[in-house]
Design a binder for this molecule. Structure first.
Ligand SMILES: [Zn+2]
Ligand SMILES: [Zn+2]
Length: 228
């Protein structure tokens, strides 16, 4: 008999569910889940952002890879609660994680305002966009752009459909996305690509190539998570 009353009271203090453990929480993550966020930490490779033991300008994994972007950063590792946050956004449409959690983390990862001329989301293919109803990278880019007071440029488009990358090796991924993106307008200055997850850097690099071809001086990238 008291249960509905208690539930209503709980709703007042804990108005939502933790996206990771699905218990009631006062925010998008409950405190224990927030405290177990898998921070990428430091030091990291200055180029690709992978956590490293010592500071290094280019790690063993990326020094022989020809990335078109200058640097890539990610505040979280793509595992545990970090992975749950991405899945909540991408597959369950829980867009509140952008404003409450992802945008502040991305802003911190790029060190605040004034460093970029525009923030550029990685585009989704039209068919995928229709199916999902939104582009998670575009939501992240908008949330970040507001925080660092930088305009968003939606210039990138998918010009060729690609296979799902999950099962592909790094070399296959590069081949899969080569030439898949193009900028619809001329670009200039220092640009910041935004996406949800950095895996091999193939997508980010293909997007950077498209932006450089369209006139960008230099391209950097930030993603919420990265595989390590
Ligand atoms: Zn939780
Ligand atoms: Zn590296």
């Amino acid at each position: 008999m008291y249960e509905p009353y208690l539930a209503a009271l709980a709703d007042l203090f804990y108005p939502q569910w933790c996206v990771s453990c699905e218990r009631r929480a006062g925010d998008v993550l409950c405190r224990p889940c927030f405290e177990s966020l898998p921070w990428a930490g430091s030091p990291t490779c200055e180029r690709c952002g992978v956590p490293t033991a010592l500071e290094t300008p280019a790690c063993g994994a990326c020094k022989n890879v020809d990335f078109a972007f200058e640097t890539a950063r990610a505040p979280l590792r793509y595992e545990g609660v970090g992975k749950e946050v991405v899945h909540a956004l991408k597959y369950r449409g829980y867009t509140a994680v952008v404003e409450k959690l992802a945008a502040p983390l991305l802003a911190e990862a790029v060190d605040g305002p004034g460093k970029f001329d525009a923030v550029v989301p990685v585009p989704l293919h039209r068919a995928r966009l229709r199916k999902r109803g939104f582009n998670q990278a575009a939501l992240l880019a908008r949330g970040l752009a507001r925080r660092i007071n930088t305009p968003v440029s939606d210039t990138l488009e998918v010009v060729r459909s690609t296979r799902d990358q999950v099962e592909l090796s790094a070399a296959e991924r590069r081949q899969n996305v080569a030439g898949a993106y193009a900028a619809g307008t001329r670009t200039r200055g220092r640009l910041l690509i935004v996406d949800d997850v950095f895996t091999t850097g193939a997508t980010t690099s293909a997007c950077a190539t498209a932006l450089l071809r369209a006139g960008a001086a230099e391209v950097h990238a930030v993603t919420l998570c990265r595989t390590c």
